[in-house]
Design a binder for this molecule. Sequence first.
Ligand code: 26V
Length: 803
Amino acid sequence: MDLSKRKFKEDFKKMLTEVYSMDISESETTEQYVTLGNLIRSYSSKNWGRTNQRYIEKKKKQAYYFSMEFLLGRMLKSNLLNLGILDTVRDGLRDLGIDLEEIAQIEPDPGLGNGGLGRLAACFIDSMATSEIPAHGNGIRFKYGLFKQKFVNGYQVELPENWLQNGNVWETRKMHAAVNVRFYGKVWLEQTSAGVLEPHYEDTQEVLAVPYDTPVVGFNNDVINTLRLWSAEVPPQDDITDYWSYIHQRNQIESISEVLYPDDSNYEGRLLRLKQEYFFVSAGIQSIIRHYKKMDLSMNHLAEKVAIHINDTHPALCVPELMRILLDEEKMDWEHAWNVTVNVMSYTNHTIMSEALEKWPIEMISTLLPRIYQIICEIDRRFTMKMSTLFEREIVERTRIIEGGHVKMAHMAIIGSHSVNGVAQLHTTILKEKVLHDFFLVYPSKFNNKTNGITQRRWLMLANEPLCDLINRKIGNEWETTPTELKMLKAFRDDEKTLLELAQIKRLNKERFAEHIKKTMDLTINPDAIFDVQIKRLHAYKRQLLNLLHILSLYFQLKDDPQADIHPRVFIFGAKAAPSYTYAKQIIKLINSVADLINHDAAIADKLKIVFVENYGVSLAEKIIPAADVSEQISLASKEASGTSNMKLMLNGAITLATLDGANVEIRDRVGEKNIVIFGLREDEVYQYYHDGSYQSRSYYENNPVLHRVLNGLIDGTIPGAEAEGRSVFDSLVQYGDEYFVLRDFEAYADAQKHIDQLYRDTLQWQKMALINIAGAGVFSSDYTVQQYASQIWDVSSKVRNI
Ligand code: 26V
């Protein structure tokens, strides 16, 4: 948008008076933040309306991204950037004596997601608006986001994250768009005089779903899409007969949108979770249908105007819910309704970890959602009937929806969608060949890959301005809208001046991060050290333990030989563990205890340091990633569906140290073997071990002296304060089979780390690798990913950019 500095300053002062009756000298950062937020909203409101109007007038097909999680991060600066007024506003505020950075820090970081899946949804909505795709997000307005993590004596403690405490400047409550969602009760079908079956309900519980809309601003293009998040409320009641039972009922209803489930690794069949899933699915679909009806088209054409995306299985009830509406409310016959539903729906799988696959007990679904359960039974009956004529009985049994007393959500999502995708090439191959092989036999053409991506706006333009400036000086700014243009940087691969500038920028970012760590943790870290970063949820398969065991081996090496030739390192961890995931929490404690030991060992000085940041999330990621030299992507091959921190880190010039898992494979393909450090078991070797059951972790303990010493260190009192945790980890690795092959990969990992150490010593060589990584990161922009979803899955228009 066009905005002069003078106009901005006037607007800002006017808004401050309007909202707070204050002038600048009286105002504090909080008031300045709210004022700026309101101003940005007023700047966007015209285009928000216009975008919607355009979609309606042109009867555009629209896509709806249904996701339980949207891990947005702070929005002030990203909105300013996308509106094209970041610099103007920054300058204007400076004139008024206000520091934009300080204001930006005031914004609560809405943590409405657990990790990769939720952050992907946030990158996608940013890219959809930027790519001019008519597509919106649909989710839940959790009152409490992912818990706040504290370390108490090295242990993770969870605190509530009340992000709405001081209001939310970005959202608008839309009472007129509220809908009713029905739970419980009895349902029966009666034939009408016209001969159609009509459902009747008794004793249901009605919940009012109220939408809160947030603008999703496209980058420099006047497009503003919508993120619609639903809040659960009690429907208005004329008379309240029993006050206390009303209060009880209110609490029960409001609890639906109260808190995000903090477990992204383990399925638990909790009723409240099922309520949440149906709540936002039903509200979202009702609202889409309401909107569609304004176009005055027959329901038979719904799939020509609407695409619904099911992000993991959490919104899989979209399938029976749309069927319910088409059958019961729109009076369509089953075949037509089913045809429409399958054409509307598409589904993404995000994990092969079997413990995360959702399946609900029949009893629970049939009690909570009786009509939905009837429909699921009918979908299942028709599926098994049809497939029995085409496939062996075993295949049908393994693919049906209702089995073993449970409703399998992934099966419902696959059967009810026209497209099923994985999130990286390797992941999709594993789905087709292993995890979902039966479905692949049944529906080969549904399967496709869409490798994940990240938005370069948040993860480079906002997070790393110095690097951004350098890139713009070297190759111009076309990459901002066509990220593959970053490849032009390769022309500078042997240009010493550029490489040294790159080194300087990294150094500056490391200094800034070091300052932050000094301030927040009172820990001094040396910017000359290698900053080695592993930031992701704590999970055994991601193998933070492998990292830790290696750190211990370096520690012992330095204790034995203080002159050992090891380049100084700072190991940086950021990770939350699910509150009920005991083993993950033990690993956190262990890392913290080793950090205590090493960081306070005067003999080690600044050769080794461990920084485990508290409460890792989007805002911290924005600080850590630009300062990273090494990107740890060391999951057991086959287990990490894609990973996205790998992409963010490479885009910021970190060198990837990785197994051939998830998108690491594609990163290697982009940058070439020489510019990435790969180690460890490959996916086929892992499956071979499973097949022949021959892995004996104990033999690695017994035969590798370095590993032996390190593992003994866990149980011999070397690590004060973590005796129980050390024992538990030792046992899981040595006695109980080491499920994720940590010991098997240890030696290869230690060698790879040695290689990193050597590479880092040659600054020009290192920066050349970094440059090639940055230059190759363009393809991993979520702009491209969503454009592929738009054209290959949703069949909606987009402004396609060259790849
Ligand atoms: C799973 C579950 C399962 C139990 C119920 C609660 C719950 C909540 C969230 C999840 C999400 C787990 C799946 C996930 O986050 N997968 C990650 O998705 C990223 C984006 O595709 C991908 O990069 C990561 O590799 C993958 O682990």
